[in-house]
Write a protein that binds this ligand. Structure first.
Ligand SMILES: Cc1ncc(COP(=O)(O)O)c(C=O)c1O
Length: 431
């Protein structure tokens, strides 16, 4: 067992965090660690312990931490000013690249976070349709805005399509404007859309919901249903954009939505996200293109700042290089398969769910296809497994492994050894 001791400095920082931050944290469910630095596929804590990093800053660090080429263009721009609240070359070129890469993107607007991007995408759908209701999927995560925080992780799920707020402080009126459907169940979703289509402004979905892939035909079915009723379909690609393929999940699964949101990888670790989509919907953000009462202002202090934009542009250039995606998928598949094999050998009921760049284990013997089936898994056991892995020098999010292009063969081998050690301890019931 590797022992990861904390030095006095890290203990002091954690104590200070408890005094000044609610819950002693930045809000994320990261373990009790203060990170000092990251390089490539590794991070180090303040006590000097090294970890193979599958948290990846919750996804943005797709080409690894502090990639030298990204750092070089950022350093160059730092000397030339960090934000202007005005058009700048890097932001214009990044928008052009998104239009080139992402099938649904005819126009792009930048924001600073994925939560803002989904908020604007849903508002654009409402401005376009002139209706109010949003249909989303149980278990789907779209960030922290009021409409998004519905039935993402309900302790007591309501009968479909009733929404359950995931946070205190959300007005009741918002809950009544959100309809909930089961992911991967096109029949139930279709029945809800048929019943409510007159009131629905848009349908928002993670095309790959958390760790759960869409079953064949589900996204196609959603596309057909929404097209039939002229309802904008929004793919939330904050996670999947530029990760599943260069054109995102819409390219990977071959289904083109009307709008999409992008974040994380698109800005290479800086604060930028985007909403992109069909011109007829995006034009509601152009006061010259629509009637005054159909206009939707969209402004943000740091939107399209040149630091994040140039980091994004360089990250995308790196991703476009020959062999990137096959290698990314192959690395992830080796880790994923290794984990499933070791759990099977230990006779621990578990399903490793997801695809190469993004997956995790559910401790259950049953298939995981939607939120309700995912709830049958033993989340306490997953928490214990994650904690054991941290002690073995593998850092990950509470419910995901994010793979980067920087993860090496050595990382894979060490990760598999860490799995072996952690599974051994799980089997003995020690943790
Ligand atoms: C699918 C999805 N949408 C939206 C968001 C929100 O993005 P942000 O954390 O940048 O607000 C996230 C964040 O993890 C996400 O996973």
């Amino acid at each position: 067992m590797a022992h990861r001791e904390k030095n006095p400095r890290e203990r002091e920082l954690l104590a200070k965090a408890n005094r000044v931050l609610p819950g002693g944290s930045l809000g994320n469910p990261a373990p009790d660690i203060v990170i000092d630095r990251g390089m490539g596929s590794h991070v180090w804590d303040v006590s000097g312990n090294e970890y193979i990093d599958y948290l990846l800053g919750s996804g943005p660090m797709l080409v690894g931490h502090a990639h030298p080429e990204v750092m070089a263009v950022v350093a160059e721009q730092l000397e030339r000013g960090t934000t202007f609240f005005a058009a700048n070359e890097h932001a214009i070129l990044l928008a052009e690249e998104i239009v080139r890469a992402v099938p649904c993107a005819e126009k792009v607007r930048f924001v600073s976070t994925g939560s803002e991007a989904t908020l604007y995408a849903m508002r654009a759908a409402r401005a376009f349709r002139g209706r109010d209701k949003i249909l989303k999927f149980e278990g789907g995560f779209h960030g922290m805005n009021d409409y998004a925080l519905m039935s993402m992780s309900p302790a007591n799920p309501a009968p479909y399509p009733e929404a359950v707020p995931d946070s205190a402080g959300i007005p009741r009126a918002v809950r009544d404007q959100v309809l909930i459907a089961p992911f991967n169940d096109i029949e139930t979703t279709s029945a809800i859309i048929e019943r409510h289509h007159e009131d629905i402004a848009g349908v928002i979905v993670e095309p790959f919901q958390r760790m759960i892939p869409p079953v064949p035909g589900f996204l196609q079915g959603l596309r057909e249903l929404t097209e039939h009723h002229h309802i904008p379909l929004i793919f939330d690609e904050v996670v999947t954009g530029f990760r599943f393929s260069y054109g995102g999940a819409q390219e990977y699964y071959g289904v083109t939505p009307d709008l999409c949101t992008l974040g994380k990888a698109v800005a290479g670790g800086f604060a930028l996200a985007a909403v992109a989509g069909k011109e007829e919907i995006m034009s509601h953000m152009d006061s010259g293109a629509v009637e005054p009462d159909a206009f939707m202002p969209q402004i943000g202090t740091l939107s399209g700042n040149p630091i994040a934009a140039v980091a994004g542009l360089k990250t995308l250039e790196i991703l476009r290089r020959e062999g990137t995606y096959p290698r990314l998928f192959a690395t992830g598949e080796r880790i994923k398969d290794g984990l499933q094999r070791l759990l099977d050998e230990a006779e621990i009921p578990a399903k490793v769910v997801g695809i190469g760049p993004l997956f995790d284990v559910f401790f259950t013997g049953s298939d995981v296809t939607d939120f309700r089936s995912s709830q049958k898994a033993d989340s306490a056991l997953l928490g214990r497994f994650n904690a054991l892995l941290t002690r073995e020098g593998v850092l990950k999010g509470s419910t995901k492994y994010y793979i980067s292009t920087a993860h090496s063969d050595d990382d894979v081998a060490q990760t598999i050894s860490a799995f072996e050690a952690a599974i051994d301890q799980l089997s003995r019931g020690s943790c």
